[in-house]
Write a protein that binds this ligand. Structure first.
Ligand code: PMP
Length: 424
């Protein structure tokens, strides 16, 4: 009882102090005090399995990142108006993971800031303002980017020079050729912009379509889409905040499609929990913006952020998170597909590497079943397994664990899921 009182008191206190904008996960929110690898612990020492968090990409409290951050904090932490070798060493190393055309990188603190800068860069380069996104996209929380993030809510004002294309929903769409279908939608929306006197600047997409409901699609399907963008005089901005840094089984999500973006944005998993994001671009693309405005971001690219990002990148290589995402992601996908054959409320399972979506539907249909999906994640939480939901109907189970997820984690996850589906 004392625990419940304590929880109730702190929830009310939280709302009184923080205001109503913050949302918590779960009917009974968790108070986590410690994490290690894929495991999280609350104040009572109860252990949970993390099947959701992509920021601690190497697992919670990774010792190498911890060590790199404390060492650098003990030396100096300033900003980019002084010289420091960390930023140059890391920038070179980061760019070495990308196609050679992408030869410049700028650092920021969040995915939102990275997309904000990327859109401004695209607009300066093309001279246009029009941006195309998918109908359930989320790209961030700045003034500019909320207006390009329809998933925030349909009451939210959208940018007048933004156009939407439908989500490439491989489960519900009946199209033979997803790439051509999507390229046609891009052409149609660019034509609509033209009719309204708006010049097309570019396409901003997350290539795993995470807020749209996780739709990795077949490798290569984005190729004709990117070709259409270039024919129309725009740039392709790859939002790699979700798929980037080895999660999809390639280092970057766009590699699955054999395309080269003009601009790449990244964030979340980049420094295993330390605020750090980036925009990488071709020199000529960045130039128009760089010539017209200086850019400074107080905390971004700091020696500590760069030390954390470098330690993360090094550990990703040493621990082969890419290989693990492929191998364990493959095992998980197979197990989930066989579970879906047993339980008709799982209508579709799709994924790339360690990013998997499971569509919860009314059995025998493709109709999203949001209440059943909520019961599912609440039931999993009771079994100490943490996941969440996404997609326009909030019915897609989002399976996106730290990249060090292993066989024993798969076993725990699958038995909790099976038990919840069976017993509620
Ligand atoms: N892009 C995508 C695809 C995202 O999922 C998010 C965050 N969920 C962002 C951008 C914004 O990142 P941040 O929260 O770090 O600003």
């Amino acid at each position: 009882m004392a625990d419940l009182d304590e929880r109730t008191r702190s929830l009310a206190e939280r709302r009184a102090i923080l205001g109503p904008s913050y949302r918590l996960f779960y009917h009974h929110p968790l108070n986590l005090v410690r994490g290690r690898g894929t495991r999280l612990f609350d104040g009572d020492g109860t252990e949970y399995l993390d099947v959701y968090n992509n920021i601690p990409s190497l697992g919670h409290s990774h010792p190498a990142v911890q060590e790199a951050v404390s060492r650098q904090l003990g030396l100096i932490n300033t900003h980019t108006r002084y010289l420091h070798e960390n930023i140059l060493d890391y920038a070179e190393d980061l760019l070495s993971t990308m196609p050679g055309e992408l030869n410049h990188v700028m650092f920021l603190l969040s995915g939102s800031e990275a997309n904000d800068l990327a859109v401004r860069v695209a607009q300066a380069y093309t001279g246009g303002t029009g941006i195309i996104v998918t109908s359930e996209a989320y790209h961030g929380n700045t003034e500019l980017i909320t207006k390009l993030s329809p998933s925030i809510g349909h009451d939210q004002p959208m940018a007048i020079d933004m156009r939407m294309i439908p989500t490439p929903d491989t489960y519900r769409l009946r199209t033979e050729d997803l790439g051509t279908w999507m390229a046609e939608h891009v052409r149609k929306q660019a034509a609509d912009m033209r009719r309204h006197g708006i010049a097309f600047a570019g396409l901003l997409i997350d290539d795993i379509f995470s807020s749209d409901g996780v739709f990795p699609g077949k490798p290569g399907f984005l190729k004709p889409v990117v070709e259409a963008v270039h024919e129309l005089g725009g740039v392709y901005i790859a939002d790699e905040v979700q798929p980037g840094f080895t999660r999809t089984g390639t280092f970057w999500g766009f590699e699955r499609h054999d395309v080269v973006p003009d601009i790449v944005t990244m964030g979340k998993p980049m420094a295993n929990g330390i605020a750090c994001s980036a925009v990488a671009a071709r020199e000529d693309v960045l130039d128009a913006f760089a010539q017209s405005s200086p850019y400074f971001n107080t905390f971004a690219g700091s020696p500590v952020a760069m030390a954390a990002a470098q330690a993360t990148l090094d550990a990703m290589r040493e621990e082969d998170t890419m290989g693990n995402a492929r191998r364990i992601g493959g095992v998980l996908l197979e197990e989930l597909r066989s579970l879906a054959r047993e339980f008709p409320q799982i209508g579709d399972v799709r994924g790339a590497g360690l990013f998997i979506g499971a569509d919860v539907v009314a059995p025998g249909t493709t109709d999203p079943d949001y209440p059943a999906a909520v019961r599912l994640i609440e039931g999993m939480r009771e079994r100490r397994v943490l996941t969440s939901l996404c997609g326009p109907f909030g019915n897609v189970l989002k399976i996106r664990p730290p990249l060090v997820f292993d066989e024993s984690d798969v076993d725990w996850f699958m038995s909790a899921l099976r038990d919840t589906l069976r017993n509620g």
